[in-house]
Structure formats: C-alpha cells, structure tokens
Write a protein of this length. Sequence first.
Length: 185
Amino acid sequence: MMMMPYVKKSIFCLVMYSVSANVLASDGLVNYTGEIIENACTVTNNMNNPLRVVIGFVARAAVNRGKGTIAAPTRFSIELTDCPESLIGTNAHVKFDGTPAPEDNSVLALSEGPFGTATGVGIQFLEAYSSGNPSTVIPLHQASAAKTLQAGRNVFDFGVQYIALSDNVTAGPADGTASFTIVYN
C-alpha cells in the first residue's frame, strides 16, 4: 500500500510531537479548584447599567512629580442586592480586570481615544475608603478584601487614582475601562 507524501509527513509530525511532549521537564504542579454557581447576587451596576466614575480634570503637574506620584483619589461603590439565602454569611471579593499598563501590569492602562491619550500614567484601584482616605492598593486581576454578605443590600466601597508610571507624564484624555467579577467563597 502506498501512502501519499503529505500523509507520511503528518504521521511523522504527530509522532515527533508526542515524543517531544514527553521530554518537557516540570518543576511543580498546580491544581485549580472552583465552582460555577447557579444563583448569585444581583449586581446593580452590571454590563447593561455600567458604573461611571468621574475622576475629573487633573493638572499634569499633580502627577508629573516622578514615577509613583498619585493624584485624584476618587471613591465609588459597587452594590449587590437579592443575594440567595445560600450566599448569606459567605464572603465575596471583587476582581477588577482590564488591559494592564505596559509599564506596570498591576495598573489599568488608559484607553486609547480618538483625540490622543495622556502618557506615563495609569489608573490604580484601591480598597475601601477609611475616614475619606484611600487605603490599600488592589492590583489589577487580584481579589479585593473579603466582605461578608448580608441579606438585603451589600455595598463594596472602592477608590481609583491616577498613578505616574514614568517621570514624564504628558497631558491628554485619561479614561479607562475595567470590568469586574464578584467571586464568592
């Protein structure tokens, strides 16, 4: 029986791939656990009703004082209602996701706009305000502090602020877009 040349090449590639896959070395193992639940709390500011946080106009001089300079902390809240009985008393965390800034993957990048974008700056997420002052930074893609869910209304208070990612910030629109996920455990 005569095999076509491309069939021989395909079989050869498949054999070589399976042999090379067994040669890869491993230094450890990670097991992931989780569960997709049927019912969750109602998020007031969902994809159909997005939350709008207005940071406002900030002078370039306020963030152009060197890398790491922060400016314009602004408070916002995420509200959950109608939590199922099975979740009352459990903890919930919020994870903010979005495009990370090239200079710092824990910070949200500014969105490219039709009229340009400020450079050298990103948006940082913060835990709940305490006495009007922002507290701990929440890195992008990481969970916030836990909040125990109660019957009725649950409010998660957060903040955002601009952070200089370089020693030279340029002026321009400084908008950003992030999604968030509520994680229950």
